[in-house]
Write a protein that binds this ligand. Sequence first.
Ligand SMILES: NC(=O)c1ccc[n+]([C@@H]2O[C@H](COP(=O)([O-])OP(=O)(O)OC[C@H]3O[C@@H](n4cnc5c(N)ncnc54)[C@H](OP(=O)(O)O)[C@@H]3O)[C@@H](O)[C@H]2O)c1
Length: 256
Amino acid sequence: MALVAGGTKGIGKSFARQYVDHGGCVIIAARDSGMCAAVADELNEGAADPVAWPQAFDLDDVESIDMLIEKAGQRWGKLDTVFGASFFGAGGTAAATDDEMFAKILRLNIVHYSRLAHRALDLLKQSDLASVIFVGSASGVRPQPNIAAYGIAKLGLMRLGQNLAIEWGPLGVRVNILTPGMTRTPAVMRWLPEDDVARRVADFPIRRMADPDEIAAAGIFLASRAAGYMTGHELICDGGRTLLSGNTGPAFQRPD
Ligand SMILES: NC(=O)c1ccc[n+]([C@@H]2O[C@H](COP(=O)([O-])OP(=O)(O)OC[C@H]3O[C@@H](n4cnc5c(N)ncnc54)[C@H](OP(=O)(O)O)[C@@H]3O)[C@@H](O)[C@H]2O)c1
């Protein structure tokens, strides 16, 4: 049983689909209630019994985080997996990011994920396969000057995951970080023109963007018994991009 925050699009939606394909049940959580219902309907199509339920929530609203967990508790009384895949970021250097935006980026990528995970802990403790998976970013592995605050936040999220892994290991709850590189999702394709993709990926060892299904599959592994001895791990799925520099802009030079 999985709670998928950001389950209506991109990586979260792929994860939900694959989780159901592996025999699990999911709560699809995001702000747009219509989209949550539509994705749940899609996943329930053809299933003998319901496997997906929608629950609108806003990660920027603590009451709705608490409500989301309450609903999960009422439905199942436990959670095996919490998958954190909502997206919030903004471009700009650190200097160009005003205090309000900086605080919002940190809140939506670290502080409120900490709240969500803590609120879910009692339900996770009821499972013998409990894990939290935070979706990080290659921007947190290597600095990208033009999305500074987002990268700083994702680095912080990674450390949050590691700290929780230490604190919750004795409770039987694993916490890992799934770190994608550039992935073909609505969030990214909003600002990346299709005709710019080839230039942006030209220096990646694997010379293409990821498909969301490829990232989600790594998430399924982290949620599974196959990863039962892994906690506090950052699983980087970035086509080798961060081996080089993490920067794909004009300043980046290929080693050849
Ligand atoms: N795509 C990439 O290249 C890439 C690279 C590195 C890391 N990532 C990370 O991967 C994760 C998934 O990104 P994605 O590219 O799949 O994004 P996406 O396609 O835009 O999907 C984002 C999801 O988050 C939900 N969401 C956004 N704001 C929310 C909020 N305040 N409260 C609750 N839900 C919210 C969205 O639905 P609503 O808008 O209806 O709320 C949607 O379901 C993110 O954590 C992102 O930082 C992505």
